[in-house]
Design a protein around this ligand. Sequence first.
Ligand code: SF4
Length: 525
Amino acid sequence: MIPVLAPLPQEVAVVLVLFQEFLAAHADPDGGPLLHDLYADDAPIALGGRLLRKGETDVEAFAQAHRRACMQGIGTLPVFDQVDLLAENVDEDKSAVVGWFRAIESGDGQSATVGLGIRRDGGQWRVGWCTVASDVQPWSYNQGLVQTLAEYPWMLSDQPVLPRSSLDASYYRLFRQSDVHLSFLPESRFSCHMSGGCCKFDYHIALPPAAQVLIDAIPWEDIKPALKGTKLEVRADGQLQLKDNHETCRFMDEQRQCLIHETLGHQPFGPCGVFPFAFAETPEGVSVSTSLVCGSVRNRLGPLLAERQFDVRERLFLAPVRRPNGFRLAPGLEIPWESFRQIETILLDLLEKPQVPLRQRLYAGNRLLHALRRNEPIDVGAWLEEPPGMLPDEYRETLRTYLARIFAWDRQGFTRLPKGMSLDLRHDRIRDELVVVDILRNLQFSKAYSYPYDLTTAHNLSILLYVLTGIMQSSIDGPLPDELWRELAALGGHGLLASLLPDSAPQELKEFLGSSEFGQWALWY
Ligand code: SF4
């Protein structure tokens, strides 16, 4: 006897049919007008570099953009077929339905879990959102909509190709990460311990305008009513100011948790998601460094970076990547990448010689750069033992002036230093050497100074950072407070010391700070 199957509830049948119609229009270069019609008025759409709601878009412009994306993405855009319904969830008032499907991407053979949120709109069922997730999620229609809006960095990017929708964008995020070769410092570790340090540290954070669309959609009345209606200030460059210098981010709660991260389960804001990582492109891949502004990095807490590559690659997508404009040994002195990499490796290795005083390790690096520039013989072993020289008084005064200027910068951490502190440096009072070395190795490996300037300038700025650390430690008994470590880390890996050398700086100053003599004098300070 043939069993009698219970009829599908009407809403469930609709979600199935609508998903199939949606996929067909989505895959068709001429399907733009139908796709536009299938979307509900609040559906998130990326158009012309902006994140909009369907109701704000023009059907003609949408159809043209859809056609362009389809044609440009032939061979790269995902093609979904073999769709099976896995689960569905009907909102209580039956005004919205969420369906979950298994879809196979025919090129990769990848099985993807796709969520589709539909709702009644103008008497019709329409698609409010469509996104790929790691698994079936218990989302309501509105939760799915917020999650889809959080895909905005992928929706607005053209990597690997312009997506047609949030469906493509979320598929890229989960399954089409860049496979570029990543290199790490072997000792670098990180996992977030929610110190909140990064969310109140003394720098500003800017977000793209799309972030406001996401902020507007978060149900703040259920999370923190005081944040309802939050509008981020629009800066002169069109970016949104998430936080200013000296400010704590408004989205950090009393338990130092990020409410954005907590609500979404991940961090869509680029600068927040990227921290504490920094990326530098090289001819061999990407160097991944970490910021010691983060206490977890400073204390080497968490897994090795090499063990969390999925996460690192997702952050790489969100990150601005440092790109070289040539490789230089010293100001104006170009060298091939292979030489640059080899010298950088020697400088990094020199820093890792715990049996040799740190000042001496920096000195050996300084002599190496000096000898390379003049084609002189190299004897690193001898330089590691050479006694330090004496700094002439007039140079000491010039250096003092520089150092005093740096300590006068408007940095909150510096307010922790004793008033009227001496600028004398006692090399025998360098403490917590492991942390200092980690900061200096990350400075070098991040290429924050060696790319825009050159290897010698970068090494000199490492020496300057060593001197600043030493002066602070000479004037404070006991361990440095966290604020000062953060300041030193920001001066290093975040490139704050570059403000000594703005583009407008005279060429002689650039030559001076990029000379091995400057580094030598700083070490004799
Ligand atoms: S949005 Fe979240 S992670 Fe970003 S600064 Fe604010 S609290 Fe921190």
